[in-house]
Design a protein around this ligand. Sequence first.
Ligand SMILES: Cc1ncc(COP(=O)(O)O)c(C=O)c1O
Length: 479
Amino acid sequence: MAVKFFDRDETNECDGDAHRIILEAAHRLANRYLDTVAARHVGGTATRAQLVEALGGALPSGASDPVAVLEQLAAHADPGLVASAGPRYFGFVTGGAVPVSVGADWLAAAWDQNGAFFVMSPAVSVIEDIVSGWLLDMLDLPRSAGVGFVTGAHMANFTCLAAARHEVLRRAGWNVEALGLQRAPRVRVIAGDEVHVSAVGALRYLGFGSDEIEIVPADGQGRMRADALETTLATDEGPTIVCAQAGNVSSGASDPLEAIVASAHARGAWVHVDGAFGLWAAAVPELRPQVRGIAKADSWATDAHKWLNVPYDSGLAIVADAAPHRASMSLKASYLQRGDGEERVGTDWVPESSRRARVLPLYALVRALGHDGIAGIVRRSCALARRMADHLKKEPGVGILNDVVLNQVLVHFESDDITRAVIARVQAEGTCWAGGATWQNTQVMRISVSNWSTTEDDIDRSAGAILRCYRQSRPKAEG
Ligand SMILES: Cc1ncc(COP(=O)(O)O)c(C=O)c1O
């Protein structure tokens, strides 16, 4: 049916039925996708050229039927979609989206609220406060911490490290927001050898060059060595930021946070923890020992779009002392109307001003699943990762290179070349999807189990497919 988006006569008013017809079409197309996501080839199947051909063309000069636009978008993008919302996508560290959080995300788009200021959306401002409290309870972090709702861990690292920069320089008598960095006292930045690249990127935006970072050696699981940190800290003094990690992006191992925090705090340093996915171990009683001491750190970056399984994009910047958090982010202008001080100003806690209501999916998720349900997703992913490792390591020639302590499995197949060949074959075969990386100079397949909908059967099928691909990738015996 043709739908008029606008009355194109003089008035240009919205046609009363347009939103209903268009959103029902989107609803139908989304359900069609989700109904089949578990069955489809997991990787994308189209080439770039095919996608450009199907989706591109010259700039449209006139109007098109909006429902037809959505239908064509869904049809033409389809072969370029990756079933990362499905149960057998094990690439990077990628969560799916629990249906209630998708529903809330649709409301965020339909309501089209700006989460910057209370007056722009009292509901979003209050919900951000409520969700902040729930998450701090769930993670057992200081209840008075500042919480910012950002796009992901990369921006969360940036936000937390901006607060760190503010505070270590304030203690040295320098107001970095007013005076800048060029004449400021030197700030030492210390990180483990396995620091995530996004923390390095965030430091770069804050004026700290990657070569300036003092690197502390890591152990065989990628954990910063606490004894080596102690040695590094002792070589100099002055304002210092230590970047630690909960959940190495490859192995899942967490740094010895208790010892790191003790050494760093003894010297007045700020401890930032990048816990993009590993922070959620803090929400599960039997996993919490892996991040023992975490609550004593000064700031934490994490993602909700990974292990919390809300739709992209969603990350959290948490800073124990709200004052430096707000001081490093907050901006004022006469037209930006503030309330009486009780009313949360969302933009005070994040690098952006205007912002979608990305807190809504989190609100719906926590309301619908509760702490137990969320802990269940984390716990189940870990059990499924161990199940995957158990299947794979039974095969002669296959090695698991990490201790599977969380949801990450690093697999080596006989040689680096064969491992690369297995990864390519698995991606082309389509039962599941896993990527590669170099782990301590060895090529590995990375398997990350992060999706709420993955079952034991998905793991068994995927392990079977991976092992078939391995057998097909081995050189044929001579003669
Ligand atoms: C430890 C760690 N930090 C930061 C990031 C970056 O997260 P995002 O891409 O959500 O910004 C990741 C991504 O996997 C990660 O594992």
